[in-house]
Design a protein around this ligand. Sequence first.
Ligand code: NAD
Length: 272
Amino acid sequence: MAHHLLEGKKGIIFGALDEKSIAWKTAQKCVAEGAEIVLTNAPIALRMGAINQLAEECNAPVIPADVTSPEDIQNLFDKSLEHFGGKFDFILHSIGMSLNVRKGKHYTEANYDFMHKTLDISAISLHRVLQAALQKDALNEWGSVVALSYIAAQRVFPDYNEMADAKSLLESIARSFGYHLGKQKKVRVNTISQSPTITTAGSGIKGFDGFYNYADKMSPLGNASSDECADYCVTLFSDYTRMVTMQNLFHDGGFSFTGMNEEIIRSLSNGE
Ligand SMILES: NC(=O)c1ccc[n+]([C@@H]2O[C@H](COP(=O)([O-])OP(=O)(O)OC[C@H]3O[C@@H](n4cnc5c(N)ncnc54)[C@H](O)[C@@H]3O)[C@@H](O)[C@H]2O)c1
C-alpha cells in the first residue's frame, strides 16, 4: 500500500542484481511511492543480472558504473543530472563484495590485494559517491543517502570475514562525510544495519543458513526481510526523517539489543 511518501523525489539506486536484491525491492517501493529513479550496477553485473526487467517496470534508465572507477561515477552523476533535468534527492548504496570470501580465504590468511579491493568496492565507494555528489552539487537540500551495513561492524561474526572491516569503514565514512554534507548542503547520510537476508551477496557468506536461523530465533520480532528493509529505506528518503543523520540504524527485529533468548537457552540446557 503506497502513501505517496516520495512524490516528486528523484534518486539513484545502486546494486539491484536480481529480484532478491535489497536494492531491487527498494527500487520498486520508491517508484510505488511516487519517485523517479535511475538504476545502476557494475557493467559485469548488468550482463549477468536481470536489471532490464526492473528498468522496464520502473520506467528507469540503467547507467552502468563500477563503483571502483571515479570516471564511471562522474559519468553516472552527469548522466543522472541530465536525465532528471537537474538535482536529485536520494541515493541508495546497496553494494558489497569480498574477494577473500569469494576465494575461500580464512580471515587470518587474507590476501591483501583482495582485501584492498574488498574495502574499495564495499566501503570506499561510498566516499567516492558522496564526493561526486558534493563536487557536482547534485543533491537537493534535505536530500538523503542510505548505505547498507551489517552488525558484524560492531560485534564479531567469525565467518563474516573481512566484510566486518569493510562495514566498519562504511559506517565511519557515513558519519564523517555525513557531517560535511550536513553542514554544506543540508543532506543526510545514514547506514541501515540489516538482518541476514537471503540474497546473492548474503548467501555467499560461509554458514549463512546457520546465522540466518540463529538471528531469526534470537530477534524478538524475527529477521527483517528485504521488503521490510525497502520500506525502511523509503522512510529515510522521505521528508519524515529530515533530522536523522550520521547514524547507523539497526533494522534487525531487535537482534542487536537482545542478550539472551529463552528458546535457545532451553535447547542448550536440554543438550539439543
Ligand atoms: N544479504 C544480507 O544478509 C545482508 C545483511 C546486511 C547487509 N547487507 C548489505 O546489503 C547490500 C546489498 O546486498 P544484497 O544482500 O542485496 O545482495 P546483492 O548481491 O543482491 O547486491 C550486491 C550488489 O553489489 C553490486 N556490486 C558488487 N561489486 C560492484 C562494483 N564494483 N560496482 C558496482 N556494484 C557492485 C552487485 O552487482 C550487486 O548488485 C550490501 O551492502 C550487503 O552487504 C546484506
